[in-house]
Design a protein around this ligand. Structure first.
Ligand code: AMP
Length: 399
């Protein structure tokens, strides 16, 4: 059992760093509450032990101090709905007398939500004095914000040093995220396949480089595949290409060959005469795309090959779509891959899907519960698989 599950929070005040950075529409309605929902089990465990909870989070990107539209107050009604019959107080400054008083007055079973941490520039700077003030609000520090684990901010990392080893721990969400990521990174059953897609090669170079040390196969799809195609001498028409990364793409292909990692690029593509849902569409080999046309999805041959690789893999990491899946005409490839990952999972493979757009894709195709784990951490997960040590994890583990 984990440290968090074993801990009895009775009469203790748990200061929980959550990631409540949810998207809002122009009327301040939450359009996707996944991040809030993900923290509820952690909060409820503390409350049911007879402890109280002080929640702290960032929200949006306020520039210069407090800004109404970035107030966590907007989330209060929904938090109340999610927690049910629990008394929730709000402190409209995350530090200072009012926050201290409200934290002090908190009774077992009650929750206090602090105002947006990023109303203080000290948060992102990792300021020690600010972190210390926050730390004084609670008895135990719980980090449940995997989405910001790659940031060395005051509330995500620095604060941990003001708590002894037995008084700082991961929450349930963070524990699950770390355990699943570590399972793929360090204990992957072979063959280990990484499926990397999305728009930009430049964003994914480090992750591909690190995965070359671990993976058996790497599927590269989406817009980034065309930079590799061009690097190999292919004709890619108007497809997405980062010309300043052609050498890097060649280098990665060469490295993969040396290491015996099989890189799979899409043999064919669905092509369009403009970047538009209503464009004319056709098919072409991905290394022979006519001028004036661009590859916006992987083609049928690529789907078949990729399905075969997916089905013989035992561990699958998926980050990034295979095409412009937001447009109906170009979502076939991403959907095919999502279905194949779900099938492989049903047949015993372990699959981890992470990174904003692939998560959006499995949700859109209703497959989120058919893969082993869907990560809530976009940037954090990417940095983890780039091989970086995440400050939010390190701060809890080092005493
Ligand atoms: P990323 O944030 O790098 O994972 O990229 C995700 C975005 O890549 C999505 O919005 C997709 O629409 C886009 N994308 C995927 N394939 C292509 C493509 N072939 N051409 C242009 N954009 C693409």
């Amino acid at each position: 059992m984990s440290q968090f599950s074993q801990h009895n929070f009775k009469n203790q005040k748990a200061l929980i760093r959550v990631d409540f950075n949810v998207p809002l529409d122009e009327h301040f309605n939450i359009t996707d509450d996944t991040r809030m929902k993900s923290a509820i089990l952690t909060i409820k465990k503390v409350l049911s032990d007879g402890g109280s909870v002080i929640l702290m989070s960032h929200f949006g990107r306020p520039k210069n101090g407090p800004e109404g539209k970035f107030s966590l107050k907007h989330l209060l009604p929904h938090l109340q709905e999610l927690l049910g019959d629990v008394k929730i107080a709000f402190a409209d400054d995350c530090i200072g007398n009012d926050a201290q008083q409200k934290a002090h007055d908190l009774k077992p079973g009650e929750v206090l939500l602090l105002e947006n941490l990023r109303f203080y520039k000290e948060e992102e700077k990792g300021d020690e004095a600010f972190a210390k003030k926050l730390s004084e609000l609670g008895d135990i520090y719980v980090n449940d914000a995997f989405g910001t684990a790659h940031r060395a901010h005051a509330s995500t990392a620095v604060i941990a040093k003001y708590f002894s080893a037995d008084k700082k721990m991961f929450g349930l969400l963070m524990e699950a995220e770390v355990a699943n990521a570590e399972k793929v990174m360090h204990k992957s059953e072979k063959p280990f396949l990484a499926i990397i897609g999305g728009a930009k090669v430049s964003d994914k170079i480090l992750i591909i480089e690190n995965l070359l040390e671990r993976a058996t196969d790497i599927i590269i799809g989406g817009g980034m595949a065309y930079t590799f195609m061009k690097a190999m001498g292919g004709k890619i028409g108007n497809s997405l290409c980062e010309d300043d990364r052609l050498d890097k793409a060649s280098e990665l292909l060469k490295k993969a060959e040396e290491k015996g990692v099989c890189i799979h690029l899409p043999a064919d593509s669905i092509i369009a005469d403009k970047f538009d849902a209503a464009a004319n569409i056709s098919g072409a080999l991905s290394n022979d795309i006519p001028d004036g046309w661009m590859g916006l999805d992987i083609g049928e041959m690529a789907c078949e090959t990729f399905k075969g690789v997916i089905h013989h893999s035992k561990t699958i990491l998926w980050n990034g779509p295979m095409g412009v899946f937001e447009m109906k005409n170009f979502q076939h490839g991403t959907k095919t891959i999502a279905l194949a990952v779900a099938e492989a999972t049903a047949n015993g493979a372990f699959s981890l899907v992470g990174g904003g757009d692939s998560v959006a894709a499995v949700n859109e195709f209703d497959l989120a519960d058919k893969v082993s784990y869907v990560s809530t951490g976009g940037g954090a997960l990417l940095e983890y698989f780039e091989g970086k040590e995440l400050p939010g994890i390190k701060a809890i583990r080092e005493s």
